[in-house]
Design a protein around this ligand. Structure first.
Ligand SMILES: Cc1ncc(COP(=O)(O)O)c(C=O)c1O
Length: 430
């Protein structure tokens, strides 16, 4: 595979950007491919190689790249200007649409990234309760701010810095950690710090350690425990919102949190974050209350237009059912392949999320860390050589989009087969 142009661009980039990239997950070794263009389910690099994309911008592009309806909505908004610094009717229209699917978000705030959304939600939880401590799940990723960069998943786990330098010990001490799927550990922590904890923040399906699914009773048990101990529950649905179902994972599993965060799909591929929830909590947010949140770009009209067009398309075209069928078929083909090739790797998926764990199916962060990361990297590289761009880390989730055809799925399965066979017989690239 020819990657000369990408290599030469990267050689320039390393002299300008730390690690050569604008975000750590992109620092693929020995160098990332540079993108020229993308359309539908395909992405083309600077050297002209074309791949089936299962990264989809790390999740937002559920309709595929350059979806015509979303492009049209952005174009129409562009005609009217793209930043005003005053409210728009679009904010209300989109907020009402979000509330139709996330009825627990009785009041909400539009911000610009998922990071800002979780930061705002945690601050609101702290302001409302007057408590400093929060509980997060080991390996959960909620963006790149101090309170949550403690045992964080995603890129932080991949490059081995789950506990970031620069986070003051005084801040980190207020972030308590519990393993996913462990009700007893959650109860122990809530009980040991009674009246000190503002909120539990969690991804209902862990997307940043590969997809790790909640056990049947787990989310319900966490909801009951947080109520019993008078602690707020924040569901971070930045990956799962509009992904697991139109109603997110909270609708799928039937859990109503006190606060919800959205991002990714909610912006249709343009930057967005949303936090919202119970009215009494959200009324503490400025200017109504004393919990400060502000932003020049909050409620950005381009992001709102792209997000609303995406949600309306999902709604109108009933995309989730189709996507679920495609991803289930892919998962089944991979499971059959493992059996046939006598490999003990584990395909895992939910809705349009999927991943192959190089080891047994994990229940939590500790289990995920046991999977063979080096083997995943080898698999990833061979998949790329076979024309499929997967998430470059074992600790991420791959996505199918509405633009992925059955033919794409067949090609992904063939590429997996070729990659596994080559890994079994050929020299490793480890
Ligand atoms: C669950 C979750 N929360 C928060 C974030 C942060 O979102 P952003 O990258 O938009 O800041 C991410 C990003 O991947 C995420 O997966």
């Amino acid at each position: 595979m020819k990657l000369d142009m990408s290599k030469s661009l990267y050689e320039q980039a390393v002299t300008i950007f730390p690690g050569g990239v604008s975000s750590p997950v992109r620092a693929i070794k020995p160098y990332p491919f540079y993108v020229k263009s993308a359309s539908g389910s395909h992405i083309t690099d600077a050297d002209g190689n074309e791949y089936i994309d299962c990264c989809m911008g790390y999740g937002p592009l559920i309709l595929g790249h350059a979806h015509p309806g979303v492009r049209e909505a952005i174009a129409q908004q562009l005609e009217k200007g793209w930043l005003y610094g005053t409210p728009t009717e679009l904010e209300i229209r989109y907020a009402r649409k979000i509330q139709a699917y996330f009825p627990g978000m009785r009041m909400l705030r539009f911000v610009n990234t998922g990071t800002e959304a979780t930061m705002g939600a945690i601050r609101a939880a702290r302001g409302f309760t007057g408590r400093d401590k929060i509980v997060k799940i080991e390996g959960g990723f909620h963006g790149a701010h101090d309170a949550v960069l403690v045992k964080a998943g995603s890129g932080a786990a991949t490059i081995g810095v789950p506990d970031s330098l620069g986070v003051p010990a005084d801040v980190a001490k207020n972030t308590l950690q519990v393993p996913f799927n462990d009700v007893a550990a959650m109860e122990e922590t809530l009980s040991a710090h009674r009246d000190e904890i503002a909120c539990v923040i969690m991804e209902p399906v862990m997307g940043n350690m590969g997809p790790i699914l909640p056990k049947d009773y787990y989310l319900r048990a966490v909801r009951n425990l947080t109520r019993d101990y008078d602690v707020l529950l924040v569901l971070d649905e930045i990956i799962t919102g509009f992904r697991v179902s139109m109603f997110g994972a909270q609708g799928y599993y039937g859990i109503e949190p006190d606060l919800t965060t959205l991002g990714k799909i909610a912006g249709g591929g343009l930057p967005i974050g949303v936090f919202g929830g119970r009215k009494d909590i959200m009324e503490t947010v400025a200017p109504q209350g004393g919990v400060y949140n502000a932003g020049t770009y909050n409620g950005n009209p381009l992001s709102l237009a792209a997000g609303l067009a995406t949600v309306e398309t999902l709604e109108r075209e009933r995309v989730h059912a189709k996507l679920k069928d495609r991803t289930t078929a892919l998962g089944q083909a991979l499971t059959d392949m493992m059996r046939h090739l006598k490999l003990d790797y584990t395909p895992v998926g939910l809705a349009s999320m999927f991943q192959v764990f190089f080891g047994p199916q994990p229940e939590n962060y500790e289990g995920a860390l046991k999977s063979d990361k080096a083997r995943y990297v080898e698999f990833w590289r061979r998949m790329l050589e076979n024309g499929v761009f997967l998430m470059p880390s074992q600790f991420e989730t791959n996505f199918l989009s509405a633009a992925h055809t059955q033919q794409d799925v067949d090609r992904i399965v063939q590429a997996c087969h070729r990659s596994f066979e080559a890994m079994m017989t050929g020299p490793g690239t480890r």
